[in-house]
Design a protein around this ligand. Structure first.
Ligand SMILES: Cc1cc2nc3c(=O)[nH]c(=O)nc-3n(C[C@H](O)[C@H](O)[C@H](O)COP(=O)(O)OP(=O)(O)OC[C@H]3O[C@@H](n4cnc5c(N)ncnc54)[C@H](O)[C@@H]3O)c2cc1C
Length: 394
């Protein structure tokens, strides 16, 4: 089948990889003029790690990734007040099968695995999808018109395909009350190699992690009413200034350097909950279908699992896409819901609502430093209760 995939983030190119292997003809269309840069580290274990393994990506992800050896909570003066060693916590439970990698390095690794074999249209998007009995007619923003057998929306939290085929975002979005900004600065000091340094206060958290190219990655999370001017970086940065200027630690100094940020990403921590991920010849995958939110920390791995299972279902069902779409959702529904439910309560760990929650959070971090407590607390969440079908290959 000729299959249009809208969005070249994580889910889109993963789906293209597996569709290509099962004999389909995928086309990617990405709104940005090139692969998007920026974002924070994403973590991989469980089923997401297995999909990456089946794509032969793991050696590259490990080479490009980071093994953060300490998560350190500090006071305004920079003094360590709680810490834990994530390697000790995760290594034991995941038996070494995990990696943390910058979101943009992951996206690049997946896209490179397509090896130039998938037509990719950058700087365009879909304006109209009209279904007929034997195809989906697509009109692009550039004015071009083409026909496909299927259209898959892999265009993220604010999916246009979802709006076109299923209805407005507000019908499906559940905002979790926290907004996230991630950016990189060159030459920032101090560095604290392989230590994720956090300063958490009531209503906010600031985090920095030094990268091996000499830059530092920052991630700010803060409670916010959710209003965010889309695609307007200056206005978004103004919100960041206004909300966080009074925060202590290194925050005012970091904000002063924002105009020099190499990359900048800011969005709401929201979930997408939909009763169905497909409608006729159109289906959704990744954040577009079932975003677990930035707080869940596993959106990328989950997006890859969804793309893999969608491709496998299409392979198994032949050209019977209706059956395939149904299979795809029924295999994943439970896992996705469990991850979404688990993420709801995580806001207090990143941006506590009050001093009581802050105190509790720091006490839990301290306790997690005890390996047995950590393994009991984290161990279960490192296993995904899903069986991956055989790869979709011809
Ligand atoms: C720049 C960036 C930084 C991110 N940083 C983080 C982070 O730090 N931590 C984290 O947990 N998650 C982050 N995310 C979200 C994370 O990538 C997703 O939660 C997860 O990987 C699911 O992947 P996805 O492919 O479904 O969506 P995404 O990774 O969001 O990819 C969607 C892609 O679709 C493209 N797109 C959007 N609208 C259209 C359109 N109308 N037409 C065509 N293409 C379109 C986007 O440009 C993007 O390339 C970030 C996403 C982006 C785009």
């Amino acid at each position: 089948m000729k299959i249009l995939i809208v969005g070249a983030g994580i889910a889109g190119p993963t789906l293209a990889y597996w569709l290509l292997r099962s004999g389909h003809e995928p086309t990617l269309v990405e709104r940005a003029p090139a692969l998007r840069e920026g974002g924070y580290l994403v973590d991989f274990w469980g089923a997401g790690f297995e999909v990456a393994e089946r794509m032969g990506l793991v050696p590259r992800l490990i080479a490009d990734g980071y093994r953060v050896r300490e998560m350190r909570e500090v006071s305004n003066s920079g003094k360590r007040i709680a810490h834990l060693n994530p390697l000790r916590v995760i290594d034991g439970a995941a038996a070494g099968r995990y990696v943390s990698i910058a979101r943009s390095d992951l996206a690049r690794a997946i896209y490179d695995s397509l090896d130039g074999q998938v037509e990719t249209i950058f700087g365009d998007t879909v304006d109209e999808i009209t279904e007929t009995e034997d195809h989906a007619a697509v009109r692009f923003a550039s004015g071009a018109a083409r026909e496909f057998d299927l259209v898959i929306g892999a265009d993220g939290l604010h999916s246009r395909v979802r709006s076109l085929a299923f209805g407005p975002e507000a019908d499906f979005e559940r905002y979790l009350g926290i907004t996230v900004a991630a950016f990189n600065l060159d030459g920032y000091q101090p560095r604290d190699e392989l230590v994720a340094v956090t300063r958490t206060q009531v209503g906010m958290q600031a985090l920095r992690l030094a990268l091996r190219d000499g830059s530092t990655m920052f991630c700010f999370m803060f409670r916010h009413d959710g209003q965010l001017p889309p695609d307007d970086v200056a206005a978004q940065q103004a919100i960041l200034h206004e909300r966080l200027r009074a925060a202590g630690w290194e925050v005012p100094r970091i904000l002063d350097q924002l105009p020099h940020a190499r990359t900048f990403y800011m969005d709401r921590a929201s979930q997408i909950r939909m009763p169905t991920w497909s409608q006729g010849r159109v289906a959704l995958v990744g954040d577009a279908a079932a975003c677990p939110s930035l707080l869940a920390g596993q959106g990328s791995a989950l997006a890859m699992v969804e793309a893999y299972i969608l491709a496998a279902a299409l392979h198994e069902a032949g050209n019977d896409y209706t059956t395939a779409f149904h299979q795809y959702q029924s295999r994943l529904g439970q896992l996705v819901r469990a991850k979404q439910d688990a993420a709801i309560g995580l806001g207090a760990a990143f941006a506590p609502r009050n001093r009581m929650q802050l105190l509790l959070r720091n006490t839990v971090i301290g306790l997690m430093g005890i390996p047995i407590v950590a393994r009991l607390a984290v161990g279960r969440s490192l296993r995904d209760p899903i069986h991956l079908p055989p790869p979709a290959t011809d």
